[in-house]
Design a protein around this ligand. Structure first.
Ligand code: GTP
Length: 247
């Protein structure tokens, strides 16, 4: 899984500045909890493959592999408390990702929405943009810094703030389906779909506030399978991979 692909120098990226949304779950690999370091290294290799196009890359990382506010609410923890715990979990993931990227020689900066200056930089929009312009991968941790908002929402918000061309939503399925493809193996996949359809059909792409924000501000989302090697590179080159949500 770690091979570095050779790309044609003539290949030109379709996007200049992108936000990649990585769920915490993706870091858990085939497990459900914690960080699978093989998976983390695979993700780093996929990211390395697109950095070679000189695109500007920001990553919003989730924390569901460690704690999920909405889930522990059922165990009697207040939702807001659980969400703050989840925000801390995203910082753990961000530091792990930073480390594996830097091991590959990719310069990174972690910014947190909640100040914890001994650990990472605080989120400062203009500084984040400066880092991107200097070729650093910026990892945004801490979600939006507010409970009741998901890290999908953080991805949409940060994408707008930094003027990204697209949000890349990395998932474990090949795109957006009419029904859950994990349960219904015959479910049909959309190549493209409009935001309003996603909302009306309640398709589980991102949560509704994140979709609405992208819709209102006309920033497309591409949903694709991160586990298929080379997919992210194809997405960046504009090849038809996953599902494009727009309109
Ligand atoms: P430029 O000077 O614009 O090129 O950016 P820079 O990030 O290289 O410079 P800066 O002096 O801001 O940061 C140097 C290092 O310190 C980087 O690794 C930053 O991530 C880190 N850093 C900067 N501010 C903070 C902070 O508030 N907290 C923590 N923990 N690290 C910080």
């Amino acid at each position: 899984m770690n091979s570095v692909r050779r790309v044609n120098n003539l290949d030109t990226p379709k996007y200049k500045r992108v936000v990649l949304k990585l769920s915490g779950e993706s870091l858990a690999g085939d497990g459900e909890f914690g960080i699978d370091f093989k998976m983390l290294d695979y993700i780093a290799s996929e990211i390395e493959s697109i950095k070679r196009f000189n695109i500007e890359l920001a990553i919003v990382i989730g924390g569901g592999n460690i704690i999920r506010g909405a889930t522990i609410e059922k165990e009697g923890i207040k939702r807001a408390t659980g969400d703050y715990m989840g925000m801390l979990a995203t910082v753990i993931n961000a530091l792990a990702l930073q480390d594996v990227l830097e091991k590959r020689g990719i310069p990174t900066r972690v910014q947190t929405s909640i100040e914890m200056k001994a650990i990472a930089e605080p989120y400062i929009r203009r500084k984040a943009i400066r880092h991107l312009e200097k070729g650093r991968v910026v990892i945004f941790a801490g979600g939006t810094g507010n409970p009741y908002f998901t890290t999908d929402m953080a991805a949409a918000l940060r994408a707008l703030e930094i003027g990204a061309d697209v949000v890349l939503k990395a998932t474990k399925v090949d795109g957006v389906y009419e029904r859950d493809p994990v349960i219904f193996t015959d479910a049909l996949k959309f190549d493209t779909i409009r935001f309003i359809e996603v909302l009306n059909k309640d398709l589980k792409v991102m949560d509704a506030p994140a979709i609405s924000l992208c819709m209102e501000n006309s920033i497309p989302i591409i949903v694709f399978n991160l586990k298929k090697e080379g997919n992210i590179e194809k997405v960046i080159l504009g090849e038809k991979v996953g599902t494009l949500v727009e309109g």
